[in-house]
Write a new protein. Sequence first.
Length: 173
Amino acid sequence: MLKIKTLEKEHDRSRFDCGTEALNLFLKNTARQHVVKGISKTFVLIENTAPTEIIGFFTLAFCEIVVAKLPHKYAKKYPPKAPGAKLARLAVDKNFQRRGYGSIMMMNAIERVIMVSEHLGIIGFFVDAKDEQAEAYYEQFGFIPLPDNPLELFIPLETLRQTYVLNHDERIL
């Protein structure tokens, strides 16, 4: 059975390889420190039968948005700067890619952002895509490219709430 847990010491970061060195190094050298310091939260996808092996991971953080960067129809609603949630990283180990694990983690991240929005103010969910292929991946979840940089994308909070309905009786993986 799959589980998503906060990154802990016992998770084997040393063997994780998604094919992107910057993501590998973040997981191996920085992610735990950021969790401990409260800078960001990294979550790992694991299988119950191998609880220390990391199938994939994602990192969430808060961010401050310069609202003028948003499409006009959204920007006009907010003050010059506003808070948001950010998908800082998302990666799947090469041995597990192309099996839908990224989508499982993305849906979990979206659920977490919606839950956070019930307690803290945010205007949406943001992500920086590394390339056009990643941009297309995020667009399938409803992310909209920002006008001045199509590799910066967001989903307005209203859209998140309308599109992804949470069942509060269900636990996040």
